[in-house]
Structures are given as structure tokens and as C-alpha cells.
Ligand binder design. Structure first.
Ligand SMILES: CC(C)(COP(=O)(O)OP(=O)(O)OC[C@H]1O[C@@H](n2cnc3c(N)ncnc32)[C@H](O)[C@@H]1OP(=O)(O)O)[C@@H](O)C(=O)NCCC(=O)NCCS
Length: 188
């Protein structure tokens, strides 16, 4: 129980850090669909790994109906995960997401094949993925990287790089870009 409460507190603090529009914790807990989606996913994933898979899928689809955010219960997601705006997000079954990752609306972490293999991306720690970006296949987006809005990424992105365009091209991410990229004040 203590672990659940501290995890909820961490998520609320994370929402404040990532969104200048965020106000009190109570209000944020009520209005942020990204928080509802990740909290429900933690329950769905708990059910999934204990073989209550039908129930996990029902919960996940119900949350999709409520939030517009579809997270497969099999996806592994780390701490301080934040979704801004929500809506139109799809996260596939074999996706693995590290700590401190942020997604904007319209992001797909999807597969390119229909086989029961690792077919979705691995997103390492502290990655930001811009609105509408599609990250496809069992590729890795390295720690501290950023994916530009509407990019289509089908190849690995090295750590501390920026990927933009279709198909995405990468370039090193300069240290001074770090604050700019994580501060939504620049975007909204
Ligand atoms: C990709 C991104 C991280 C790059 O930031 P940056 O390094 O500060 O980039 P700059 O603004 O200096 O632009 C550098 C060049 O890349 C281009 N560019 C920037 N973002 C781009 C994108 N998403 N797709 C294609 N080109 C892009 C710029 O037009 C510019 O081109 P130029 O050199 O020909 O003038 C950022 O533009 C982005 O897409 N962030 C996601 C924001 C988001 O999703 N916001 C949603 C808020 S609701």
C-alpha cells in the first residue's frame, strides 16, 4: 500500500514538472487522462503477468474508451512516465519503456510484423517523443534522445540524439537543448 501511494505521489509530482499548466495535485489527479491511463495500466499489467489476461485486456480497452490512450497490458513501463494531452496514443504489447519518458498525443509505439515476437520498440530512460510520431518495430531509442513531432522512426536512435522527419534522420542532441526539450512551456 505504501508503495502504491508513493508511486501515485511521484506521478503527480512528475505531472507538475512536465506541464506548466498543472495546478494542484487533487485537480491534476482528476483531470489528467495521461495519469488515469498509466494508473490503470499498472493494474492491467499486474493482472497480465498473473495470467488474468482477458480481464487485463478488458480494463485496457475500457481505459482506451475513456482516455483515447491504448496501452496493451503486456507493455512494460518504468517510473515517472508522463503522457501530455493523451488521445490517439497506441503502445503495443512488447513495448518496453524506461524511467522518465514523456509522450505527446498521437504517438504510436507499434509493430511492423504480425508474429508473436518482440515487435515493438524499446524506449530507454528520459526520452521525449513529440506529437504524432510513429516509432515502429523492435528498435531502440537510446537514453536521453528526442523524437520530433510527426517523425516516422524505423531504425535505432542512438543515446542523446534527435530524430526528425520521414523516414527519420538522427543528429546528436546538444546538452543545451536538454531543458528546451523537456519543458513544454516551449511547445504549448
Ligand atoms: C524535433 C525537435 C525536438 C527539434 O527541436 P530543435 O532541435 O530545437 O529544432 P529547431 O527548432 O532548432 O529546428 C531545427 C531544424 O529542424 C526542423 N524541425 C524541427 N522540428 C521538426 C520536426 N518535428 N520535423 C521536421 N523538421 C523539424 C526545423 O524546421 C529546423 O529546420 P531548418 O534548420 O531547416 O530551419 C522539436 O522541433 C520537436 O518536434 N519537438 C516535439 C514537440 C511536440 O511534439 N510538441 C507538442 C506540444 S502539444
Amino acid at each position: 500500500m505504501f508503495k502504491i501511494i508513493s508511486s501515485i505521489k511521484e506521478d503527480l509530482a512528475n505531472a507538475r514538472d512536465h506541464d506548466p499548466a498543472a495546478r494542484g495535485d487533487v485537480e491534476n489527479a482528476i483531470v489528467y487522462s495521461g495519469l488515469h491511463a498509466i494508473w490503470a495500466h499498472r493494474v492491467a499489467h499486474w493482472l497480465w503477468v498473473r495470467e488474468f489476461r482477458g480481464l487485463a485486456r478488458v480494463l485496457s480497452q475500457f481505459m482506451r474508451f475513456l482516455t483515447g490512450i491504448e496501452i496493451h497490458p503486456g507493455a512494460k513501463i518504468g517510473r515517472r512516465f508522463f503522457i501530455d494531452h493523451g488521445m490517439g496514443i497506441v503502445i503495443g504489447e512488447t513495448t518496453e519503456i524506461g524511467d522518465g519518458v514523456m509522450l505527446y498525443h498521437g504517438v504510436t509505439l507499434g509493430g511492423q510484423v504480425l508474429t508473436q515476437t518482440k515487435r515493438h520498440p524499446t524506449i530507454e530512460d528520459n526520452v521525449t517523443i513529440g506529437a504524432g510520431a510513429k516509432v515502429l518495430g523492435p528498435i531502440t531509442v537510446g537514453t536521453g534522445s528526442a523524437i520530433g513531432a510527426n517523425a516516422v522512426v524505423t531504425k535505432d536512435v542512438p543515446a542523446h540524439h534527435i530524430a526528425i522527419g520521414i523516414p527519420a534522420k538522427t543528429r546528436p542532441r546538444q546538452p543545451e537543448e536538454r531543458i528546451k526539450l523537456v519543458d513544454p512551456d516551449y511547445y504549448i
